[in-house]
Design a protein around this ligand. Structure first.
Ligand code: KG4
Ligand code: ZN
Length: 340
């Protein structure tokens, strides 16, 4: 079965074809980073306009590179939420039009569920139940993934997402958007022990996170510093240390509650090598295994939507939103959309 995946929820236009026999055939991605860079964050109207311009040429490239036609596609999967409404509507309208003209089935995919399922593409040994740690620009949560379609959110951020904390801290120090990769680079040359930032809500008896206080702390630290490049490096290092301690601390708590043997880490921040190593070391210490998608599948992409579309179809979990998109679509409320 050939599945076309369409992702347009935020600032990446991603399309891919997944073959249930052969795996991923090809994927096309356009990242809008440069479009939003001057604004220090994603501008929704610019994002949706660009998705509308890109989605058809990307589909044409995809079909050409795989030597397929629309008639070869058996299922069309698209992100219906969560995300920016205008952006989601571009993908939804495009997917629905394709399904209509080809008379093929269509499946609505939850973007967060797709992030959680993505590592199955690369790690056949991975199985439910597992912990999902989603760390991106828009989300930070620990999920108890019981089985496909059944998820319990054990904890999430009370304010900023972890990627947001990286991006906002970077902006405060005059760095470009997105700040995460730059912070990681600078942190490599930071001097350990130069600063000690708080580990917000780490000791609270739950799996929640909070990062907005950390950002304020960094603003004050930066203002009081001499604003040299070394200050940027030292702050970046301690930011990474603080974030890693919080992520590992809450995973530890989640593990003490449920004891799952696998941790699936996804979302843009999981591209951070330092955080990966900290989580891997923790996982080894409890005899668990940490699974990461390849870096290009950590951030938003069409492959994870095509793959999730296939897995949901196979499981008989067809969410049909009838053209509606869901800017907010909680992971623990998926079943409400079944056969809708
Ligand atoms: O999953 P993603 O592509 O989409 C959104 O949720 O928007 O994640 C993007 C986020 C941004 O906040 C970016 O700064 C962060 O992931 N990010 C990183 C790294 N690479 C991307 N954060 C820390 N270290 C990195 N290497
Ligand atoms: Zn995402």
């Amino acid at each position: 079965m050939l599945v076309l995946g369409i992702e347009t929820s935020c600032d990446e236009t991603g399309l891919a074809i997944y073959d249930s026999e052969k795996g991923l055939l090809a994927d096309e991605l356009f990242s809008q980073i440069e479009i939003h860079q001057d604004y220090g964050g994603v501008v929704p109207e610019l994002a949706s306009r660009d998705h509308a311009d890109r989605v058809l040429p990307l589909l044409q490239n995809l079909l050409k590179s795989t030597d397929k036609t629309l008639d070869d596609i058996d299922l069309i999967a698209y992100t219906a939420g969560p995300g920016l409404k205008g952006c989601l509507l571009v993908g939804s309208t495009f997917a629905r039009s394709l399904a209509y003209i080809t008379d093929k089935p269509i499946i609505s995919v939850n973007h967060i569920e797709a992030h959680l399922l993505a590592p199955f593409m690369e790690y056949p040994e991975l199985s439910f139940p597992f912990f999902g740690l989603l760390i991106s620009g828009g989300h930070t949560m620990i999920v108890d993934a019981k089985t496909i379609g059944e998820y319990e959110i054990m904890g999430e951020t009370l304010d900023d997402a972890v990627g947001e904390a990286f991006d906002k801290s970077a902006k405060l120090m005059g760095l470009d958007y997105p700040g995460g990769p730059l912070i990681e680079k600078l942190a490599k040359e930071g001097i350990e022990g130069s600063y000690k930032f708080p580990r917000p809500v780490l000791n609270k008896p739950n799996c929640d996170f909070s990062f907005s206080g950390l950002k304020t702390h960094i603003m004050l630290t930066w203002k009081a510093s001499e604003k040299t490049e070394q200050d940027q490096k030292n702050i970046s290092l301690e930011l990474q240390n603080s974030v890693s301690d919080c992520l590992v601390g809450k995973l530890k708590r989640a593990h003490s509650e449920k004891g799952h043997p696998s941790i699936v880490i996804s979302g843009g921040v999981s591209a951070n090598q330092f955080i990966r190593e900290r989580i891997t070391t923790f996982a080894e210490s409890i005899d668990a295994k940490a699974y990461y998608p390849t870096k290009k599948f950590c951030t938003d992409n069409g492959a994870m939507i095509a793959y999730a579309g296939y897995k949901k179809y196979e499981a008989g979990q067809m969410y049909n939103l009838h053209g509606e998109v869901k800017p907010r679509w909680p992971l623990d409320k998926l079943n409400e959309c079944l056969n809708g």
